[in-house]
Ligand binder design. Structure first.
Ligand code: M6R
Length: 614
């Protein structure tokens, strides 16, 4: 939800800011803009509706000189995506410019007050209200920019990561955060700002993650200084980034999504590294072992997440209940946070998030913490907000996921949940030794089986073309594969804009069967484990109504192969690990259908990678 970048140093800021915006474009791509203090000491703002490439085009032949600047790529919240609502926003006198990621909830009250004092507004954004407020505070209190930002923020209710520059102050950027991420990069005589570390890693691996209610002053030739809103100086830890630049490139693939689909065998190897022992007989998840008593004594586990992470959570429910025999409830974080849920002191709440920044998931974690639960995070982005506020947790180690549609993060989340379920099962003694060892060995073999599964890519590319006519899709699965059906449907919706619904296969006859005809394809996840015969019956019911079936089957299954219009074989595995293989052809199918339809798979319309607003 909006990406922000900043630079102050000895280099020309504009190319660094543009590159940074390109790296953050996954966070929003409705409009883009930059503010620079030029070599002529002018504070210029260039901004336009559209993508970063449109901004580059717009700025051609304009003065883009200057060694200090801020830039923004927007996912619209207040005000439609157009040139005027694009960031940065000027203050009334055009002496201050600001970029913002988040939402100022009390903007209407603040705006009315400023209007009564003679301020006029050009845009419909909440951001313009804040920059005007900063100017008002600066003038009326006769304080410098830093203190004006501090004071203005004490009046703000909402979420923000902001960066502010001032015309007559070319040696300073002031930035602040509350509930929206902000990272400061420390180079040699230069500083960077980013919504995450991706715009920074090319220049330095030394970063500071700002905490809520902190304001940082970045001044040429001086150390960064961080204060809270009450002007108390805060100490800060400089963290060394582990990320590499190549992880942020497409590496020869036409899209990040395809690259990330094909990365899965390796991301799952990374995810299991050091967690499964070399002879594949034991599992150790340190976050679980260190808090063993919490898990062993838990009367139930609640999992809260959004979107794809919620689907992973559903698979986690099946895994933990089956392996470790602890009751699990799975909640949409957005519902959980607002419905006054019953959470007991002994409860364990697991929150799952790729980005670690999803506003609803963060709020769910905070609520659970405030009610005395033990909160465990499963996250991909190292150093993001959720791992920093939870009691303990596990990283998924999938590496940066840039495609807006989540792929490798999903399978890594399911892998971590499998490892957690196995670790608790071992500690609780709920699984016979030989079954436990069989499962561990099988999990260790999944990356190789994923490699085998991905070989069907050219075939999926070919048959997917046939389905671009479809307006609706149905995805069916039972047991562990019901969440896979939900995830397959979500992938298709997100990137090809074809309506798709995921259903438990047995529910088909309670309603969706009415939709089935030659026009609506049904994807059935039908491995030879679980309720195989019942799924075979479902396929027959679809065929009897002239529906077309794409079946995901276990290698060698001739029964469904002969019934389905198209079939995709996956290697045999334990029932609980089928989702790790079955998800892959569904991701590929969504990808190829979207490509044939000419959709922008990495940046689908209206979406953004991390949803840091409600
Ligand atoms: O970063 P998170 O895992 O918390 O994000 C949750 C959802 O916003 C995310 O999974 C979303 O549904 C993706 N676009 C799915 O592809």
């Amino acid at each position: 939800m909006c990406g922000i970048v900043g630079y102050i140093g000895n280099k020309q800021a504009y190319p660094i800011l543009i590159k940074g915006l390109q790296r953050l474009e996954y966070r929003g791509y409705d409009s883009a803009g930059v503010a620079l203090i030029t070599d002529q000491n002018e504070l210029v703002v260039y901004k336009t509706r559209g993508k970063v490439s449109d901004l580059e085009h717009f700025s051609t032949s304009k003065d883009t000189s200057g060694t200090v600047g801020i830039a923004h790529t927007r996912w619209a919240t207040h005000g439609e995506p157009n040139d005027v609502n694009a960031h940065p926003h000027y203050s009334q006198s055009e002496s201050i410019a600001m970029i913002h990621n988040g939402i100022i909830e009390n903007y209407a009250v603040l705006k009315a007050d400023l209007m009564a004092r003679g301020f006029t507004f050009k845009s419909n954004t909440d951001t313009e209200v804040l920059v005007q407020l900063i100017e008002f505070v600066r003038q009326t209190n006769e304080v410098d920019l830093f203190h004006a930002v501090q004071l203005a923020l004490t009046q703000v209710i909402g979420a923000y990561a902001i960066a502010v520059v001032e015309k007559n102050n070319p040696d300073t950027i002031v930035a602040a955060r509350k509930s929206s991420p902000l990272v400061v990069g420390i180079g040699d005589d230069e500083f960077f700002l980013g919504s995450d570390a991706s715009p920074i890693i090319e220049f330095t691996d030394r970063v500071i993650y700002l905490e809520d209610d902190e304001v940082v002053r970045l001044q040429r030739g001086k150390e960064p200084r961080i204060f809270n809103l009450n002007n108390v100086e805060k100490s800060h830890e400089i963290i060394k980034l582990e990320m590499s630049l190549s992880q942020l490139e497409k590496g020869g693939y036409p899209h990040f999504m395809l690259k990330e689909i094909f990365e899965q065998p390796n991301t799952i190897r990374e995810c299991m590294r050091g967690r499964i022992n070399v002879d594949h007989t034991s599992v150790a998840m340190s976050g679980i072992i260190d808090n063993k008593e919490k898990f062993l004594n838990a009367e139930r586990i609640i999992i809260a997440a959004c979107g794809t992470s919620w689907h992973a959570g559903l698979i986690g429910e099946y895994l933990i209940e089956e392996f470790a025999r602890i009751p699990v409830e799975v909640e949409y974080a957005s519902e959980f946070r607002y419905r006054n849920p019953i959470v007991h002191k002994g409860d364990v709440v697991i929150v799952i998030s790729q980005s670690g920044e999803t506003a609803d998931t963060l709020a769910a974690a905070e609520l659970a913490k405030s009610k005395g639960a033990f909160v465990y995070g499963i996250c991909n982005v190292v150093g993001s907000s959720i791992p920093r506020m939870t009691h303990s947790g596990s990283y998924t180690h999938a590496g940066p996921e840039i495609g807006v549609a989540s792929t490798k993060a999903f399978t890594a989340q399911v892998t971590v949940l499998s490892l957690i379920a196995l670790t608790i099962a071992k500690e609780k003694g709920t699984m016979p030794k030989e079954v436990f060892e069989r499962y561990v060995a099988e999990l260790a073999s999944i990356p190789d089986k994923m490699e085998e599964t991905l070989q069907v890519s050219p075939y999926i590319e070919k048959f997917s073309r046939i389905f671009t006519y479809a307006k609706n899709f149905l995805y069916l699965g039972r047991g562990y594969n019901y969440p896979v059906a939900l995830e397959g449907a979500l992938k298709l919706k997100e990137i090809s804009y074809i309506h798709a619904e995921g259903y438990p296969a047995a529910e088909m006859k309670h309603g969706p069967i009415a939709l089935i005809d030659q026009e609506m394809p049904t994807v059935v996840i039908a491995p030879n484990k679980g309720h195989y015969e019942k799924v075979v019956s479902n396929i027959q019911e679809i065929k009897a109504r002239k529906g077309r079936v794409v079946a995901i089957i276990t290698k060698g299954d001739t029964v469904i192969r002969d019934m389905a219009d198209f079939y995709i074989e996956i290697p045999e595995t334990e029932e609980g690990f089928v989702p790790l293989l079955a998800a892959l052809p569904l991701q590929l199918m969504a990808y190829y259908i979207a490509i044939v339809k000419g959709c922008d798979v990495d940046q689908p319309r209206n979406l953004a990678k991390s949803v840091t607003v409600e």
